[in-house]
Design a protein around this ligand. Structure first.
Ligand code: 5GP
Length: 197
């Protein structure tokens, strides 16, 4: 059985990672999408347990103490973390794991799991990013400006990622991410381990 790999997808808030990942999941069997825990309020249309596990700060802190997170970070005033248990279970089943997490989280996971593949998604332009954030219409002007500042800071980390995908159209972005995932499974280390089984 092929071994599962971890793929980290980062990129500025509003770039469309969620849309890409959702479309990607429909094309890929044996792939596990990690559902993060967050202390942020749900947006309209977001479901508990589907988009995030929405929890309060107290519960989040207790999960930190229990070492339940593979990584966690604070992002624009809220906590976000990847529950460790489900990721490990998926890896044991031989599934690829997708983590849609910010740059701080990606750094933590890469340190623990150096073979994780990192993909950074960028918008075609800043104007497009700002427009997408405005269209989402969920953030106050202050929060929106904070997300834009944060996006520019995050972009500086992009060069340390293994791959960069421009989200011009969702179809093209999904095609690129799929191609990256396929190529990563064609590396000699992966193929040789299959032969020696
Ligand atoms: P949003 O509030 O827009 O859903 O997410 C804000 C940022 O937090 C995004 O960059 C998203 O990728 C990131 N994020 C979501 N879940 C996690 C997580 O579990 N850990 C970390 N470090 N970042 C996360």
């Amino acid at each position: 059985m092929a071994k599962g790999k971890t793929f980290i997808i980062s990129g500025p808030s509003g770039v469309g990672k969620g849309t890409i990942v959702k479309a990607l999941m429909q094309t890929r069997p044996n792939t596990f999408l990690s559902v993060s825990a967050t202390t942020r309020e749900p947006r309209k249309g977001e479901e508990d347990g589907v988009h995030y596990h929405f929890i309060d700060v107290e519960r989040f802190r207790s999960l930190i103490e229990q070492d339940a997170f593979l990584e966690y970070a604070e992002y624009v005033g809220n906590f976000y973390g990847t529950p460790k248990k489900y990721v490990d279970e998926a890896m044991e089943r031989g599934e690829d794991v997708i983590l849609e997490i910010d740059v701080q989280g990606a750094t933590q996971v890469s340190a623990k799991r150096p073979d994780a593949v990192t993909i950074f998604v960028v918008p075609p332009s800043w104007e497009v990013l700002e427009q997408r954030l405005r269209d989402r219409g969920t953030d106050s002007e202050e929060k929106l400006q904070k997300r834009l500042v944060r996006a520019k800071v995050e972009l500086q980390a992009a060069s340390s990622y293994s791959y960069m995908v421009i989200n011009d159209t969702v179809e093209e972005a999904v095609r690129e991410v799929n191609a990256i995932m396929l190529a990563e499974h064609c590396r000699p280390g992966e193929r040789l381990s299959l032969l020696s089984e």
